[in-house]
Design a binder for this molecule. Structure first.
Ligand code: DP6
Length: 402
């Protein structure tokens, strides 16, 4: 090995998307392997609006694994990070021994420097662990040349992360095995299958959530009978119906199931002892608004879903988006006039009929919604080819602090 080899630093940069579940994952049957008590299904959001970017550098000269998240060095010994690193290195070893025993690729014993950033503020209360762990695992796999079942590795970082390894409409199959090998994500349909679907994220609160999902779902498994019934009896049927609705592009069925499943998830939170409250008054006003809007038309044109926090994610079809956005603007008048209220994909302006405003019959709540991110379904993780976009410099340290 020459001095040059010793100095060589290999860098790989990838991006990964956020996903929002329409059939929720809540509860584990194995907390170490992160095996769920029910299957779940999500829509992968477009990376133009929301994504994690991760650069990983690798060199024989690095003395330890290190990680920087959103500009700050963090503790690499976190068990979930360690699980992902260990699993990818194991897969890389296995592949090399069987496929290509003499290959001179990057040694799995080399230490890595990891640098990861989101293009959305963590403070917005949007889930970042899914895109974060998906990006970590995907980037590691590209670096070490690992192919195959990556979702089972990302799952061990954060359950919902396994679904971010695919674009479009994605299910995470519960699986039966105790080693978790069959608890994996699968694409149901790509984003191009139903291009009319649109997504609005109504950012209600920028505060940190009260109870983290990991500990919240632990208490729910311990105490909620409703959760057990949901996992055993309700979700299996809903998964089938939801997959059918997507395949038939049936928005009414898709929307109704999405809302019912969000409501049932929050009901299990209330059934948890002590109870967990993720929704606030604004969330509940958004729920009423959506139902009144749909009622006005006598059909489900818009659907809401809420994760472990008060922000609403709205699913609708392109044709209904301009009007519904005006409805939101009317009933939640923004602080500033327009401006930064709507971010992301542009939406055509439209006028609201007086009749619609009258029929919705709600008092406007000024400043109830901070801002809205407009987006749609998008693809899975990607490799960034432009070397200028690496987050780590040629020495393997974060560019911003270098
Ligand atoms: C409400 O995946 O964040 O967003 O596996 O403990 O990391 P851990 O939990 P996490 O839980 C997500 C819960 C949810 C529903 C969902 O995304 O399906």
């Amino acid at each position: 090995m020459s001095d040059n080899d010793h100095q060589t630093i290999t860098r790989v940069t990838c991006t990964a998307p956020v996903n929002i579940a329409v059939i929720k994952y809540w509860g584990k049957r194995d907390e170490d392997l992160i095996l769920p008590i029910n299957s779940s299904l999500s829509v992968t959001l477009h990376q133009d609006q929301l994504k994690t970017t991760t650069t990983i550098a690798c060199s024989r000269s690095f003395r330890e694994d290190r990680i920087w998240l959103n500009g700050k060095e963090e503790d690499i010994s976190h068990p979930r990070l360690q699980s992902c690193l260990r699993e990818i290195r194991r897969l890389a070893c296995k592949r090399r021994n069987t496929d290509n025993p003499t290959s001179e690729v990057i040694s799995v014993s080399y230490k890595v420097h990891i640098c990861s950033e989101n293009n959305f503020p963590t403070a917005a209360g949007l889930a970042s662990s899914a895109s974060g762990y998906a990006c970590l695992v995907y980037t590691l796999s590209q670096l070490f040349g690992v192919e195959g079942e990556l979702s089972a590795v990302a799952r061990q970082g954060s359950g919902s992360a396994c679904r971010s390894l695919y674009g479009g409409f994605v299910q995470w199959k519960l699986g039966e095995r105790s080693d978790g090998k069959d608890s994996i994500a699968e694409q149901v349909e790509p984003e191009s299958y139903w291009p009319e679907v649109r997504v609005l994220i109504l950012v209600v609160s920028a505060e940190q959530k009260s109870v983290a999902s990991t500990s919240g779902m632990h208490t729910s498994v311990e105490t909620s009978h409703l959760l057990k019934c949901r996992a055993d009896v309700v979700v299996p049927g809903r998964m089938e119906q939801m997959i059918g609705a997507i395949r038939q592009r049936n928005f009414a069925v898709f929307g109704d199931l999405t809302m019912k499943d969000s409501n049932q998830f929050h009901a299990t939170c209330l059934d948890t002892y002590p109870p967990i409250f993720y929704l606030n008054d604004i969330s509940r006003k958004i729920i009423s608004l959506v139902h009144r809007y749909n009622q006005h038309y006598g059909e489900t044109r818009v659907a809401y879903t809420f994760d472990a926090g008060p922000n609403a994610v709205i699913y609708t079809l392109q044709e209904h988006l301009p009007e519904f956005l005006e409805v939101v603007r009317h009933f939640f008048p923004p602080e500033v006039n327009g401006g930064e209220f709507l971010r992301g994909l542009p939406v055509n302006l439209t006028l609201l009929s007086e009749e619609l405003k009258r029929e919705i019959k709600m008092e406007p709540t000024p400043k109830g919604i901070h801002y809205i991110i407009s987006t749609k379904a998008g693809p899975g993780p990607c490799t960034v080819e432009d070397p200028n976009l690496h987050l780590l410099d040629a020495g393997g340290l974060p560019k911003k602090s270098a």
